[in-house]
Design a protein around this ligand. Structure first.
Ligand code: NBP
Length: 481
């Protein structure tokens, strides 16, 4: 008996993916650098399906039916290169290597190119949903050649999460597209979490409600349009008491947010592409600020708030305002993330279908949410939609939230409560919808100190004003005065 698919790297993620395949009736070859993990899987879950275990990579490869499909689930970085190299030496033309770890997409582009030259398919695939998702149905974002998806796709779709019977897995695009989309997914996750954290902070400081009371608010929000995994687990975390002190757990957790780097990659790439993903960037920087201990200590000691204690007159109305501000800011963060996917797809020639990405994020992954249905529908209405925020449905949503959003951001500023994601999202909203932006003045300044030229609203071509001489205007390139 040959295995339909192999998994090498049996730490939490690989082990659970292998079990997921087995539970779906697929014969799975399993391998890990250290055999103890393979043995542990057999001991603890061997009865869940048919596993073929091998100690050596060569034996592992020999147990697979052709074209061989091997999923690598090891620590991203040099370990992945080492495993790919070992595997590539054992595989034959047409076989498929899948890297399902969290690789940075430029690495995936490089690996795909090298392996394609050796006649092998390389699929960089995003997998979201953590340990639990890997076992019970993750959201899967595979890139690589379309040809490889023909035999690999049905297997991945089979083990992915399903929403309304539709798999949360689809072909994303060539080479690095899958890992890119997973990266942006994580960036959006940063923004989502920051917005939730700001909403909690505002309610707590504005109304004095306890974490348990705020947990109840999030639970209620989760039954409406904000319904999502992150809102659901926010209620869980806020309701949790600390066994040691009896306080709310959130009050004894150190307030320094960490990161593994996908948010940073998302922001770095957005800077390269020139896409303003301000919500994700502020969320990433907010984590950096929280971890800047010496700066925070110095600032805490020296900088006054310049405000009085905040008092909200109508707590229920305020909570509803915060809910609306959260929803509108969330729409902005997603709109920006989808803009980044569009820009990258264009720049790298990937042809990513944004509506399909929203569809495969509806289940299995960390940002799964009811509202993703609305995003899919928006892209179904217009595949080339230039701005998600400007889709009719979202125009309605944001219009209904707008007054509340402004009240919340203004109140936060007046009362010294940091809301980088709420505020920057509102600034983006006002910036992107503006008739005229003060960018005109920036162009004037650039022309003054650097003769960088400017374009005019009323004539074609580029122009320069002789700032140091008689301040007459000259046409520089195809223009006329
Ligand atoms: P880890 O990221 O902790 O990696 C441990 C695995 O990598 C073990 O199987 C280990 O083998 C193997 N490994 C290492 Br380390 N270096 C190796 C090398 N040079 N050659 C061969 N094998 C090597 O595992 P994980 O948490 O299961 O995550 C796997 C991948 O999935 C990562 O890329 C991660 O970023 C990604 N991911 C994780 C999550 C999550 O929630 N954890 C979610 C989504 C994606 P050993 O047993 O012999 O040491």
């Amino acid at each position: 008996q040959r295995a339909e698919i192999g998994v090498t790297g049996l730490a939490v993620m690989g082990r659970n993916l292998a079990r997921n395949f087995a539970r779906h009736g697929h014969v799975v070859a399993i391998h890990n650098r250290t055999y103890a993990k393979t043995q542990a899987l057999l001991d603890e879950a061997g009865d869940e399906g048919t596993f073929i275990a091998s100690e050596s990579m060569a034996d592992f490869v020999a147990t697979l039916e052709r074209p061989r499909k091997v999923i690598i689930m090891v620590k991203a970085g040099p370990g992945t290169d080492a495993v790919i190299e070992e595997l590539a030496g054992l595989l034959e033309e047409g076989d498929i290597i899948v890297d399902a770890g969290n690789a940075h997409f430029p690495d995936t582009v490089r690996r795909e190119k090298e392996l394609a030259e050796r006649g092998l398919h390389f699929v960089g695939s995003g997998v979201s949903g953590g340990e639990e998702g890997a076992l019970n149905g993750p959201s899967i974002m595979p890139g690589g050649s379309r040809e490889s998806y023909e035999s690999l796709g049905p297997l991945l779709e089979d083990i992915s999460a399903k929403v309304d019977g539709v798999p949360c897995c689809t072909y994303v695009g060539p080479d690095g597209a899958g890992h890119f989309v997973k990266m942006v997914h994580n960036g959006i996750e940063y923004a989502d979490m920051q917005l939730i954290a700001e909403a909690y902070d505002l309610i707590r400081r504005g109304t004095g409600k306890s974490p348990a009371e705020i947990a109840a608010i999030f639970r209620e929000w989760n039954s409406g349009e904000l319904e999502s995994f992150l809102i659901e687990i926010t209620a869980e975390v806020l309701a949790q008491d600390d066994a040691r002190t009896g306080k709310a757990l959130v009050d004894v957790i150190l307030d320094q947010a960490e990161q593994k780097g996908t948010g940073r990659w998302t922001v770095q790439n957005a800077l390269d592409l020139g896409v303003p993903i301000t919500g994700i960037a502020e969320a990433t920087f907010a984590r950096a600020l929280s971890g800047g201990v010496p700066q925070r200590e110095a600032a805490r000691a020296a900088l006054p708030a310049g405000t009085v204690e905040w008092h909200v007159d109508d707590p229920d109305a305020f909570v509803e305002d915060v809910r609306r501000a959260l929803y509108a800011s969330k729409v902005v963060a997603y709109s920006q993330g989808f803009d980044q996917i569009a820009a990258a797809s264009q720049e790298y020639g990937w042809g990513v279908d944004r509506g399909a990405m929203a569809r495969i994020w509806r289940g299995g992954c960390i940002i799964r949410a009811r509202f993703l249905n609305r995003i899919t529908e928006a892209y179904e209405r217009d595949e080339q939609l230039p701005l998600l925020l400007a889709d009719d449905f979202f125009v309605d949503v944001v219009s209904q939230c707008l007054e509340a959003w402004r009240r919340v951001v203004a109140g936060a500023a007046q009362n010294g409560i940091p809301t980088p994601a709420f505020s920057s999202s509102l600034a983006y909203y006002d910036g992107v919808r503006a008739d005229r932006l003060p960018a005109a003045l920036i162009q004037g300044l650039r022309d003054f100190f650097g003769a960088h030229t400017y374009r005019r609203t009323d004539a074609d071509g580029t122009f320069h004003t002789e700032w140091g001489a008689d301040r007459s205007e000259t046409a520089v390139d195809g223009g006329f005065t």
